[in-house]
Each structure stands twice: as structure tokens, then as C-alpha cells.
Ligand binder design. Structure first.
Ligand code: GLN
Length: 536
């Protein structure tokens, strides 16, 4: 029998519900349990693919090509669960399928309503995920904050699930904030009390509270929270601010959160707890010494979450090289040919991430030029790879008007062009080349030396591609295509073999990097950057 854990959040957003859920997943896996995680997002978009990273942060791409919420990235980084289309449910999907069924007459003349039709649809998505494989536990995180109008159908659905399948099979965990009022020097429990009260009005009595707090609170504060929220005292946990997210599973474990969850759900561990990898990772992180500085040149630089997986993958690469990392975030719109040297002079590696649209492109191209000419390790991802190709065409091959047709439809040299398969597509949502595709590597390449494998599989999200009509010209001038799709029709990886380390990939390696298993390209890129730094 699968057990269900529902995670809600209250008081304010951005408390780290995704990381808390992922950490609980990691802890349950440490007992050999088979776990998966799911995010319910109350917005009306069908998926995150059409949302601006400024508003919503990064779009995380799964193996099966779903464009999802970035919390799924945390789930995959913290656990071994593989995310899919079924792991991210949105209001848009729910209403979409209910309306479709209504048009087909599937409701047999009934008046279609939020309860039971919308809530039944939500429940079916939760149960459907559980049925995919025989999971011991499904952890479902409800996006947003308790009290949001749009979250109500989801909360009603998870309330019903306990009624449907039995008290002993369902656990409600609520993440709240216990703020510190600085002038009074006091931690305040009232917002948590109110948040739980709101949840109880909907009919959900949380079993466990996770309290985010800046400062550890006392036993008497814990008593007060337990009493007013009607929760057992041993079920009130502290999530004290930490500066390292990979510390959180151990922090929860030290307080006994995982043991309480097993107990409450009557879960039998499949093995004695093994947290070895997490302990080792944390020891490694606290022992990092030397620091390597990497520039990330993009246009969504101000927002912490817009390049989430890139930043994490860089950190993993640094962990794997026992080195601390400093990320210099550079707004590509501010880069010009004149100032690029002074902006990038102190970094040991340059990364250009993916993106869409013309804004900031010239700055990115200048950053590529700087990396290429100064022999600075370079990793270009998706749009970053395309910028590297444009730069090479313009400045090495002498095609001064070379461009991507994404930016200039009438360029005489469309070195990056829309894929044939994309030409007839009109709609925007879910229509790119998405998800995992295989790629074959040439052995004499930076990439092969990183992967140590001829055949790899990586996730994609793009419409444009390298125009292989220019392949012979590029190769004669020193830019090689070293990775292609298995039919050799699309270029997947470009490199400049004469360079210290210059790699551009059409796919997104950042989505498959984990703290305990850094992605080979990130590991090799950081290695090259450290070597470059040491050679200076
Ligand atoms: N805009 C480019 C394309 O559609 C790059 C996409 C990306 O970087 N994810 O091909």
C-alpha cells in the first residue's frame, strides 16, 4: 500500500517547500524506500513552459520532455526519483481535462462542479502517479500558500484523500515561518497559529509542522506552537536558516523527522538507515578550500531562481573538484566590446546559459569572443552554444552578418536556423524539441574525455539548430562538431580543439547534475577553469 505525504506552506511564500519536500524524499530513500515526488501548481498555465523566468524562475525539463516547475529540479537533485510529465500537475491541466470530458459527454448530464469533478480529477492525478511504479511513498507538494483562492481545490482534494484511503496512510506536513522581530529580539509564533487555523478551516489538521526560523527557538516556544496548533510537541520541527541547502536532510534527521514520519505512517524500512552519501557530501562541502570564479553571462541575472539548475550544476562541478565556487553573475545587456575585458578579466571560466529572444545577445557574443581569444574555459549551453557559433562565423570566418534567424530573419548567413520540424508549428506551449535525445560523441574531444562514453543522452528545449551547411567552413577554420544526433542530422556539441577548453552544447546538461554525482561536462569545465587559474 502506497503512503501519501502532503506538504503545504503557510504565512509567506518562498520558505523552501520544494527543498523541504526533496529533503524528506532523500531521508525516506535512506531507508531503502521507493519514493516519488509531485508538485501541484495552482496556476492556470498548462505548464511552466510559457512563463517568463522573471516571474516563475527556471523552466525545468524532464526526461519525457515536460516543461515543469523548478521544484522538480530539487526533487531530482536530492533523490533518485525520475521526474516525468505526471510529476507536475497544474490547474490548467485539471480544468483542461475536465472541460474535455464534459464536451465528450463523459459526465452523463451532470452539472460539472469544482467539488466533486475538479477535486476528483486532482485526486486521480495523485493516484495515477502512485500507480506508475510500486512506490512506498508519494510526496505531493501543494504550491502557493494556504489561504490562496486558487489553491483551495487542491487542499480540498488532499483533505478527501485521507478520508478515502484511511488515516494511517496519509500525513499532512505544514511548513510555516516563525519570524524574528528584531527590535524586540523575539520570535513570534502567532503567524504559524493563524496559518494552521486557516488550514483547519479547510478541514486539514496538520500532523507535523516544519517551522522556518532565523534563530533556533526554545522548548517553551515549541510548547506554545504545539498547544495552539493542536500538534504533538514532538511533531514541531525547526528549519533554521542554513547557508547550504544540502545540509537540510541531515538537519531534519538530527531532529528525528524521518523517524517520526516512518512511525506515523507505519512504514517499515527496507534497510537500516544509510545516510553515508549525505554525510560525505557535507564533509566535502565544509572542507572546500581554493576558490574558482566563474562568470555566468545571461539576461535573467538579478533573479536567484532563473538559472537555478545552472548554478547548482556549477556547484556540483566544484564539489567534485574539491573547490569552492564563486559565481559572478553578469548581465549580458551591460557588456560591450569596450568593457568586456574589464568585466571578465578576473574570472577563470565563462558560462553562457540558454535563453530566448534578441535582448542581451550582443553582450553574449562579446563574452564568447573574449573567452575564445583569451583562451578562457568556456561552456555555452543551448542559446550559449548558438552564440558561440555566431561569434565564430562573424569573427573567424569573416561572415560579419552571420546570425540566428531567431534574431534576424533576413540574415545572409543563417548559421543558426529554425529546425525543419519546427517550421510548421504555430502554437507556443510544449512545441519545442523537448526532452531526452541521444547523442554520439567523437572520441578526440573535450566532451568524450569528460563523459568517457561514445553515446550519451541529454535533455533538450529548443527550436533552432546549427545550420550544417556551414559545417565544412567551420571545421576548416577550427570549430568542430564533435557530437551529433544518432542519425547525424543535428549538431549537438561544438568545440574548438585548439582552445584550452571550449565546449558548446545544444542540450541542457544542468538538468541531470546531482550534488553527489556532478555532471561530467560541469566537472570538466570547472577542472579546466581551476587549471587555467593555476596557470596564471
Ligand atoms: N532560443 C534558442 C532556441 O530556441 C535557444 C533555446 C534555449 O537556450 N533553451 O533554439
Amino acid at each position: 500500500m502506497t503512503k501519501y505525504i502532503f506538504i503545504t506552506g503557510g504565512v509567506v511564500s518562498s520558505l523552501g517547500k520544494g527543498i523541504a519536500s526533496a529533503s524528506i524524499g532523500a531521508l525516506l530513500e535512506s531507508y531503502g524506500l521507493k519514493v516519488t515526488l509531485q508538485k501541484c501548481d495552482p496556476y492556470i498555465n498548462v505548464d511552466a513552459g510559457t512563463m517568463n523566468p522573471y516571474q516563475h524562475g527556471e523552466v525545468y525539463v524532464t526526461e519525457d520532455g515536460a516543461e515543469t516547475d523548478l521544484d522538480l529540479g530539487h526533487y531530482e537533485r536530492f533523490t533518485s526519483a525520475e521526474m516525468s510529465r505526471d510529476n507536475n500537475v497544474t490547474t490548467g491541466q485539471i480544468y483542461g481535462s475536465v472541460i474535455e470530458k464534459e464536451r465528450k459527454g463523459s459526465y452523463l448530464g451532470a452539472c460539472v462542479q469544482v467539488v466533486p469533478h475538479i477535486t476528483d480529477e486532482i485526486k486521480s492525478r495523485i493516484f495515477r502517479l502512485a500507480e506508475r511504479e510500486s512506490y512506498d511513498v508519494v510526496i505531493t507538494e501543494i504550491g502557493g500558500t494556504v489561504g490562496d483562492i486558487e489553491g483551495l481545490p487542491f487542499l480540498e482534494a488532499i483533505r478527501q484523500i485521507r478520508h478515502d484511503i484511511g488515516r494511517e496512510n496519509v500525513l499532512y506536513i505544514h511548513l510555516t515561518l516563525v519570524p524574528l522581530i528584531r527590535v524586540a529580539g523575539e520570535l513570534k509564533t502567532k503567524p504559524t497559529q493563524h496559518s494552521v487555523k486557516t488550514l483547519r478551516e479547510i478541514g486539514i489538521q496538520p500532523d507535523i509542522l516544519l517551522c522556518r526560523t532565523e534563530r533556533e527557538f526554545t522548548d517553551s516556544a515549541r510548547d506554545k506552537i504545539a498547544l495552539h496548533c493542536n500538534v504533538d510537541k514532538d511533531a514541531v520541527f525547526q528549519a533554521v536558516d542554513v547557508n547550504e541547502i544540502y545540509r537540510i536532510p541531515l538537519m531534519f534527521n538530527e531532529q528525528g523527522l524521518d523517524r517520526l514520519i516512518l512511525n506515523r505512517l507505519g512504514l517499515k524500512p527496507n534497510n537500516s538507515q544509510n545516510l553515508h552519501a549525505w554525510i560525505e557530501l557535507n564533509e566535502k562541502i565544509s572542507a572546500l578550500k581554493e576558490k574558482v570564479s566563474i562568470a555566468v553571462v545571461g539576461k535573467y541575472i538579478e533573479l536567484q531562481d532563473a538559472y537555478k539548475s545552472i548554478y547548482e550544476a556549477l556547484r556540483h562541478g566544484a564539489f567534485a573538484n574539491d573547490t569552492a565556487l564563486e559565481i559572478k553573475r553578469v548581465d549580458s545587456e551591460l557588456i560591450t566590446r569596450e568593457n568586456v575585458g574589464s568585466i571578465l578579466k578576473d574570472v577563470s571560466g565563462i558560462l553562457i546559459p540558454g535563453g530566448f529572444g534578441t535582448r542581451g545577445i550582443n553582450g553574449k557574443i562579446e563574452a564568447v569572443r573574449f573567452a575564445r581569444e583569451r583562451n578562457v574555459p568556456f561552456l555555452g549551453i543551448c542559446l550559449g552554444m548558438q552564440c558561440a557559433v555566431i561569434e565564430f562565423a562573424r569573427n573567424v570566418c569573416g561572415l560579419s552578418e552571420a546570425d540566428s534567424t531567431e534574431f534576424n530573419q533576413s540574415t545572409p548567413h543563417p548559421v543558426i536556423d529554425i529546425m525543419e520540424a519546427q517550421k510548421a508549428i504555430i502554437g507556443l506551449g510544449g512545441t519545442m524539441r523537448l526532452g531526452a535525445y541521444k547523442c554520439r560523441l567523437e572520441e578526440d574531444s573535450f566532451s568524450y574525455r569528460a563523459y568517457q562514453r561514445r553515446e550519451i543522452s541529454e535533455r533538450h528545449r529548443h527550436r533552432y539548430e546549427l545550420n550544417t551547411e556551414y559545417r565544412a567552413l567551420f571545421e576548416s577554420k577550427g570549430l568542430k562538431i564533435v557530437g551529433t544526433t544518432l542519425e547525424e542530422t543535428l549538431a549537438e556539441i561544438i568545440e574548438i580543439p585548439e582552445h584550452r577548453w571550449f565546449v558548446g552544447c545544444q542540450f541542457h546538461p544542468e538538468f541531470k547534475s546531482k550534488p553527489i554525482r556532478a555532471h561530467p561536462l560541469f566537472k570538466a569545465f570547472i577542472r579546466a577553469s581551476i587549471d587555467f587559474k593555476n596557470s596564471k
